[in-house]
Ligand binder design. Structure first.
Ligand code: GTP
Ligand code: MG
Length: 195
């Protein structure tokens, strides 16, 4: 898709701040440092629209990014979970924020759940996945940082993700890399289908 513009609409922490726009919405979930913000930047070819960091815990608010092209849409970049150095109180707050969003937002078109391809799904990832399924949300699983995976580990990584999350045939798993652009077209195809 040809993108004309992309911009941060708002960094929200609660429901009343969500933007009022009748456009499709795609949300990024995953543990801290898995590559959610980088995923957005890669897809829209911007180096640093969504702020990234080599240190976990960078994104602390729900950041709504509007992407304008032939058809507009929103990316929602979420704070990552599972980062031990964030205080318990802070983690609980982020958890509530994510839950409030997922349970109340009406126009979520697709949820991308990012899992580090080298680490495999953590316990938190499994909890997040099961929670989504319980509420009738089928996330697309994105296996991030695929460029960092040795060729000999590729099959094992994919099988580990499938096994640990107990994926079914109908679940979609896409290997992704911000470096090689692996998965770029597949993800865009999914987004395009909603526009
Ligand atoms: P939080 O905001 O803390 O939740 O993290 P995040 O999930 O948004 O992660 P972020 O996009 O900030 O990326 C974390 C680190 O991983 C950064 O140093 C990125 O450059 C790196 N990274 C992300 N995706 C890839 C990838 O596909 N390949 C490689 N090699 N590095 C990546
Ligand atoms: Mg981030």
């Amino acid at each position: 898709m040809k993108i004309n513009n992309s911009e941060l609409v708002i960094s929200a922490v609660s429901q009343k701040q969500y933007p009022q726009m009748e456009v499709p919405e795609f949300v990024l979930l995953g543990r801290s440092n898995v590559g959610k913000s980088t995923f957005i930047n890669t897809l829209i070819n911007r180096r640093n629209l969504a702020r990234t960091s080599s240190k976990p815990g960078k994104t602390q608010t729900m950041n709504f990014y509007k992407v304008s092209g032939p058809k507009d849409f929103l990316f929602v970049d979420m704070p990552g979970y599972g980062y031990a150095k964030v205080s318990k109180k802070e983690r609980a707050k982020w958890g509530e924020m994510i839950e409030e969003y997922l349970l109340n937002r009406e126009k979520i078109n697709e949820v991308f759940l990012l899992v580090d391809s080298r680490v495999g799904p953590t316990e938190d990832d499994k909890l997040m996945f099961d929670w989504l399924k319980y509420y009738g949300i089928d996330p697309i699983i994105i296996a991030t940082k695929f460029d960092k995976l040795k060729k000999s580990k590729v099959d094992k990584s994919i099988n580990t993700i499938k096994d640990k999350l107990e994926l079914e045939e109908s679940d979609i798993l896409i290997p992704f890399s911000s470096e090689t652009k692996n998965g770029f077209n597949e993800v865009w195809k999914i987004i395009d289908e909603h526009l």
